[in-house]
Design a binder for this molecule. Sequence first.
Ligand code: NI
Length: 164
Amino acid sequence: MAKLSIEMLGSEVLRAKAEEVPGPDPALDALIRDMFETMYDAGGIGLAAPQVGISKRLIVVDVNEPEHRPFALLNPRVVETGDETEKMEEGCLSIPGVSGVVERPSRVVVEGTDPDGKPVRIEAAEMLGRCLLHEIDHLDGVLFIDRLSPLKRNMVLRRYRKQR
Ligand code: NI
């Protein structure tokens, strides 16, 4: 296992649309293990492959709740969202030290495949739903600051630059 270095705001890979993963690939297993290690080391609850410089549609999630086991998901996509939204504080390992309140659908259905290529369908709300939406955003080059109003975004960015 190896800890990977996390790409920070400003890195181009964070803004790229990541490529589909063709299917189960033993080479991905090592990457997935390393992504978990990197995420745990940084104290995160989710990590997307672009955040470690790999522009592939792969995420790992561990929201640290007994009812949800840690999992990796290939090619995750949002297939359904509820009409209701919820505001919650979010941060990102690629923009450390700052956070912002992001409005997102409070319920989401995500489909993808597990690392063995088995189809997975996840119905999620609360922390897990939010984490999935945040990580899937990463695969499309979207960061949580993009979902803030311009005013709030500037405030967060100012705070971020100040502490660096
Ligand atoms: Ni993030």
